[in-house]
Design a protein around this ligand. Structure first.
Ligand code: ZN
Length: 327
């Protein structure tokens, strides 16, 4: 029997490393997560992950043959095949992970940053199928953005194009993790909406379900629940988030002219609560020539699988670049 070709995606996180096997149709065949062993030398850790992947393929009963490996991290550089060590990992800067994986598997390997992987995932397996000009905005702890223009992932000089999360939304605004003030992600993200509620005047919150939470206990999930039950403070927080995000996206549209903007990540799980105000304020701020040319949609890929499917899509695209498959 002919084995089905598959690719593997490895999502290297500060706490957990997740990996999965995906076929040409975007079906997740197997998935596993292990703690990221920060004490282990990074080469040994990657060897451990490679061993787990080999084992996963074997336990599927020899039905599959692995063709490519893709590894992602927020600091992944597709050009250099390296990952800049995340600050919470005690590993050196610029890990040459593509070369290490190539040697371990004797197969092509590619590195990608996670927002770009999400964009490629939407292009191959999600709501951007058949689209050539779109952007994916991930609203998680921060705000990530991947841009596809004329059917190609926008990379820029060193692969860092599309850092929309660090575009200034408010002059002298909130302090960002990057050290600057007023970045979009300090407002439009799962942590941003929490900051919005915490910054509201206590008087305003006195009859809100959210008044009993503090920085340690409040989450985007709790704000979503409150908004769904009609809590005015929670609804106002979503409106404010959508106002800032919609305005920033209208600037992005002027720069990139996309036909579709896809929202994904933890905060996008709130559905219409974030989609409606974002759409409203986008339209309100949009230059005339772009009216009715762009729409905002929620991703249909489950948040749990976004990273692995995006990584797998990147691997399939890499194989196409090597003229091994047609996607
Ligand atoms: Zn920033």
């Amino acid at each position: 029997m002919k084995q089905e070709e598959i690719v593997a995606g490895i999502d290297l996180g500060g706490t957990f490393t997740k990996f999965g096997l995906v076929n040409r149709f975007g079906e997740l065949i197997a998935f596993k997560a292990i703690p990221t062993d920060k004490k282990l030398h990074y080469e040994l850790f990657l060897k451990k992950v490679a061993g787990e992947i080999e084992q996963m393929i074997q336990s599927e009963g020899n039905l599959y043959s692995l063709s490519c490996i893709s590894i992602g991290a927020p600091t992944g550089s597709q050009f250099e095949g390296t990952i800049d060590s995340p600050s919470n990992l005690n590993w050196p800067k610029k890990l040459p992970v593509a070369d290490i994986l190539k040697n371990l598997f004797n197969l092509p390997a590619v590195v990608v940053n996670d927002a770009n992987a999400a964009a490629v995932g939407e292009m191959l397996f999600g709501v951007a199928r058949g689209k050539k000009n779109f952007m994916v905005v991930t609203l998680g702890t921060g705000l990530g953005c991947g841009v596809v223009i004329d059917g190609k992932l926008l990379l820029g000089r060193n692969g860092h194009a599309g850092e929309l999360g660090h575009v200034r939304a408010i002059e002298s605004g909130r302090l960002c993790g990057c050290g600057r003030y007023g970045c979009l992600e300090t407002y439009a993200s799962a942590t941003g909406i929490v900051r919005t509620v915490l910054e509201m005047e206590p008087m305003k919150k006195s009859d809100s379900l959210l008044s009993c939470y503090d920085a340690g206990t409040l989450s985007a999930k709790i704000i979503t629940k409150a908004a769904l039950s009609g809590d005015k403070v929670a609804i106002e927080a979503f409106d404010f988030t959508g106002k800032i995000l919609g305005a920033a996206l209208s600037d992005a549209v002027a720069l990139l002219n996309p036909e579709l903007i896809i929202l994904t990540g933890g905060l996008a799980k709130s559905g219409d609560l974030i989609l409606q105000p974002t759409n409203h304020y986008l339209k309100k701020n949009l230059l005339n020539i772009y009216h009715d040319t762009v729409e905002v949609k929620l991703s249909e890929i489950s948040t749990k699988n976004t990273a692995i499917l995006g990584l797998a899509a990147t691997a399939w695209l890499h194989l196409e670049e090597l003229n091994r498959v047609t996607v």
